[in-house]
Design a protein around this ligand. Structure first.
Ligand code: PLP
Length: 232
C-alpha cells in the first residue's frame, strides 16, 4: 500500500499531522488578514483526555505546546512524553485548586486559569519554594456567566495588583466566551481590557473560533477537537 493511498492516510497516526497542518494554515491565514505574524500566535494543542498514543503523532509532527486541564492527568501522562521530547511546553488551562499549586508550578510552563486571590497567594508561595516562575494568565469571566470560571471583570484590577505585589509573572488574560453565541465581541472585550492594563498576552479561541480570535489579537489559541477529533 502506498503512503499516499487514502486508506493509509486515514489511519490515526496520519490524521493528526494532517489536522495540525490544517490548523496551522488557518492560523496563518487569519494572522495575515489582521496583518499579524503567525509566529506571534502560539497554538496550544489541548490534549486533555487524550492518551499518549494520540499525542505522540503530534509531537512527531513538530507540535510542542500542549494544554491539559487537570494536574493529576498531566502528571500521569507527561513525564514519559517529555523524556522523548524535552522541549515540550505544557500549559495548564483548567481550574486549579490552591492545594495543587505547588504540583502545578513543578510541572507546567504556563498557567492560564488564575482567577482568585487565594490562588495568587498559593502560586506565589509555590514559585518561591520550587524556584520556577511559569508565566500566568488571569482568567476573566468575560460573559459574566453564573457557572463559569474566571474573575469578574470588576475584580480584575484588584487581582492584577495583588499578583504584582506577590511577584506573580502575569503574561496576560484568558477567557472562554459564552457557548452558542458569536465569540467575537467577547474576544474584542478581552483584548480591550488587556490593553487597558498593559498586558500583551491573550489566551482565547478554541476549535470553533480560533481564527476569529487570531484576527482579534489572540497570542495563544487552545485547540483540542480540531486536532484530536471529538473527545470521548
Ligand atoms: C477543552 C478546552 C479547550 C479546547 O476545546 P476544543 O473545543 O476541543 O478545541 C480550550 N480551552 C479550555 C479551557 C478547555 O477546557
Amino acid at each position: 500500500m502506498s503512503p499516499h493511498d487514502p486508506a493509509t492516510r486515514s489511519t490515526p497516526d496520519r490524521l493528526a499531522p494532517d489536522r495540525l497542518a490544517t490548523v496551522n494554515e488557518s492560523i496563518a491565514r487569519a494572522a495575515a488578514l489582521a496583518k499579524r505574524k503567525a509566529a506571534d500566535v502560539t497554538l496550544i494543542a489541548v490534549s486533555k483526555t487524550q492518551e499518549a498514543a494520540a499525542i505522540l503523532p503530534l509531537l512527531a509532527a513538530g507540535q510542542r505546546d500542549f494544554g491539559e486541564n487537570r494536574v493529576q492527568e498531566a502528571q500521569a501522562k507527561w513525564p514519559a512524553l517529555r523524556e522523548a521530547y524535552p522541549d515540550t511546553v505544557l500549559h495548564l488551562i483548567g481550574q486549579l485548586q490552591s492545594n495543587k499549586a505547588e504540583e502545578a508550578v513543578v510541572l507546567f510552563d504556563a498557567i492560564h486559569s488564575v482567577d482568585r486571590s487565594s490562588l495568587i497567594v498559593a502560586l506565589a508561595r509555590a514559585m518561591d519554594k520550587v524556584g520556577r516562575r511559569p508565566p500566568c494568565f488571569i482568567q476573566v469571566n468575560i460573559g459574566d456567566e453564573e457557572q463559569k470560571g474566571g474573575c469578574a471583570i470588576g475584580d480584575l484590577a484588584a487581582l492584577l495588583s495583588e499578583a504584582r505585589t506577590a511577584s506573580l509573572p502575569v503574561a496576560g488574560l484568558m477567557a472562554i466566551p459564552p457557548a452558542g453565541v458569536d465569540a467575537a465581541p467577547y474576544f474584542a472585550l478581552l483584548a480591550k481590557i488587556a490593553r487597558d492594563h498593559g498586558l500583551a498576552g491573550l489566551s482565547m479561541g478554541m476549535s470553533g473560533d480560533f481564527e476569529t480570535a487570531v484576527t482579534i489579537g489572540a497570542t495563544h489559541v487552545r485547540v483540542g477537537t480540531a486536532l484530536f477529533g471529538a473527545r470521548t
